[in-house]
Design a protein around this ligand. Sequence first.
Ligand code: BGC
Length: 249
Amino acid sequence: MSAAPRRKAGAHTLALDIGGTHIKSAVLDARGLLVAPPVQAPTPRPATPARVLRVIAGLAAAAPRFQRVAAGFPGVVQDGVTLTAVNLHPAWRGVDLARRLVRLTGRPSRVANDADVQGMDVIDGQGVELVITLGTGVGSALFLDGRLVPNLEFGHHPFRDGRTYEELLGDQALKRIGTRAWNARLRAAIATLRQAFTCRRLYLGGGNARLIEKPLPHGVRAVGNISGLLGSIRLWADARTVPRPVRRR
Ligand code: BGC
């Protein structure tokens, strides 16, 4: 992955992708391009707010200069407050993460669900578009004409035999059944999801998207996990510094 040249003007954003296995960070320029290659640190265990914030403090301190923060979080987020975090720790319930990030970095901060953030980078803004992220957990994001329905959380809905998409397609299942059987399961899930949402496009992201066997059905695309960082610039899209749309394809 190549780093974009540094721009002189415009706010730089510290992008954070908080995951169940890794916490990634990068600084993006005003157009949403990487200022330097992303870095990552293992998610601490137990992944309590204090411990995760300590890791973020380290990443922020090592990052190039930035004027604002945008973070994707692996759970339900409302107005910057985290309400669930199945793959982190129960203590995340009711944490004002946006405020904590402001305190930690001294910069204005915005937070949204990680799948929602990844979706913001990959959608093309037309019709119904569904994003499923495959990583430690299974994330989901739904868009209509580019507008997000936040916190869909479809990963916790039943898929087969009373078990959820996350139970059957998350990291633990992948390790248990292997890539081949996981891909077969994923095909079945893709068919069900497309039927349920009649989506124009279905994007498959998250760290395990790289294991998806090709070809994929028409309208279904695997996307790079870097979108989990790049999409966070959209959280600041109402700030006039980010022209719409940010496109790199
Ligand atoms: C969480 C989602 C998240 C997904 C991927 C799930 O367990 O409930 O909010 O998007 O994991 O991190």
